[in-house]
Design a protein around this ligand. Structure first.
Ligand code: AMP
Length: 395
């Protein structure tokens, strides 16, 4: 079955209940990163251009079912208005008579943002009576929050079953991009997985091994693999208990014809601080005082060669402790090369999940990748091969 979009409905003068993700960082009462707001704009503008009425709902932070002023969505209204160049009305109530009255008074093209769905405990419990209240807010439900699709909540899954539904533009773009990359990619397909620990990315590694031609492992998690292979890793971050698991991953790679690339040279320091003395060492020469904090230049070159023979790249996690200079070099060097190949049309590159977006932003390549997903948990779960309830319910 094909997912429906707004184009499948006649939405003129209809109330479109749009689940967006307005969960943006706030500093001193102001939005400090508007990326998620920017992503929400195309669907809203499409509804306006088709003469519909937009009712926006979203979660914001973790209020645990209680009203918390600092987590009121009212704070995002000024930024939304600026981006839309159009007034956005706000309702401090999410459900009930008063809101319904406000909605009835709206005319085609108008936009109303409702208060944080998570001020109700029923939201995360996906309670049916709460979903029913939400369903009264619109004629059609449009889910545009891929980043919340890994949770079966009332505002994502519950309400989708009670109204005619469809995917918004961002949701559709995320689904199409991610399907193209893992389900029907142009081969060779390479995955880059970095970050701190194997334990948080075990399912991801096990799923990728079955699908990709090359699996590049960097960051702190590579240390555990080096340790498992009998190498000294000194004071480096390492999950020694996962030695056997790492060896199993390596043999699963061989069974599945997936070449695993681990660092053969690394940047080491004696402490985890910026601009500390550091040196490049072969992984066979690590001393007990060394801490591995980045991949080395020769490993970067090897990774870039793999990128040159790849047609598709999927990336999650930094190659080193990228927040501290100069341990951001491995991530910068390799992501810059991937972006260059992407710009010249030789590579389809998709990245996402947690720290990855910040790492790519630091390298200033986030705009040059084919697609950078702002969905943290949902992106990771999708990479793990899990089906996402917020997407499934739209089919
Ligand atoms: P994750 O959230 O699992 O993607 O991990 C990201 C974190 O891993 C970042 O904060 C990095 O600083 C950290 N990281 C990456 N490589 C290393 C390393 N070699 N040693 C310590 N931390 C690292």
């Amino acid at each position: 079955m094909v997912i429906k979009t707004l184009n499948d409905y006649n939405i003129a003068n209809k109330k479109i209940l749009v689940r967006v993700d307005l969960n943006v960082p706030i500093e001193n009462g102001k939005v400090s990163d508007i990326s998620r707001l920017i992503s929400a704009i195309p669907t809203i503008q499409t509804i306006q251009s088709l003469g519909g009425i937009t009712i926006l709902i979203s979660h914001f932070g973790r209020p645990n079912g209680l009203y918390k002023e600092e987590l009121s969505l009212k704070q995002v209204v000024p930024e939304l208005e600026k981006l839309l160049n159009f007034p956005v009305k706000f309702s401090s109530e999410l459900i009930g008579k008063n809101v319904l009255k406000k909605i009835d008074n709206l005319t085609a093209g108008e936009i109303l943002l409702l208060e944080n769905t998570r001020f109700f405990a029923e939201e995360e419990l996906n309670e049916e009576s709460f979903s029913k209240e939400l369903s009264k807010l619109g004629d059609i439900f449009c889910n545009d929050a891929f980043s919340a699709a890994h949770r079966a909540h009332a505002s994502t899954v519950g309400v989708s079953k009670l109204l005619p539904n469809c995917a918004g533009q961002l949701m559709k773009k995320e689904i199409d991009t991610l399907e193209n990359v893992l389900k029907k990619p142009q081969k060779p397909l390479t995955a880059v997985v970095g970050g701190a620990k194997i334990s948080t990315k075990l399912n991801l590694l096990l799923n990728l091994i079955k699908k990709v031609d090359f699996l590049v492992i960097g960051g702190g998690m590579a240390n555990t693999f080096l340790f498992a292979q009998g190498l000294q890793i000194g004071k480096s971050l390492c999950e020694k208990k996962l030695k056997e698991t790492s060896l199993k991953i390596i043999s699963a790679g061989k069974e599945n014809n997936c070449e695993i690339i681990l660092p053969h040279d690394v940047v080491v320091a004696s402490e985890f601080t910026a601009h500390t003395n550091c040196s490049v060492k072969d992984v066979k020469d690590i001393s007990s005082k060394d801490m591995i904090l980045d991949i080395g230049p020769s490993t970067c070159d090897k990774i870039n060669k793999i990128f040159s023979i790849s047609k598709t790249l999927i990336w999650n996690g930094p190659m080193g402790a990228f927040e501290l200079e100069p341990f951001d070099k491995g991530t910068i060097h390799t992501s810059l090369y991937a972006s260059k190949l992407t710009k010249s049309g030789k590579l389809v590159s998709v990245a996402g999940g947690g720290d990855t977006v910040s790492a790519l932003k630091k390298s200033r390549v986030d705009k040059d990748f084919t697609y950078v997903s702002l969905a943290g948990g949902a992106f990771l779960e999708w990479m793990e091969g899990k089906s996402l309830p917020g997407v499934e319910c739209l089919f």
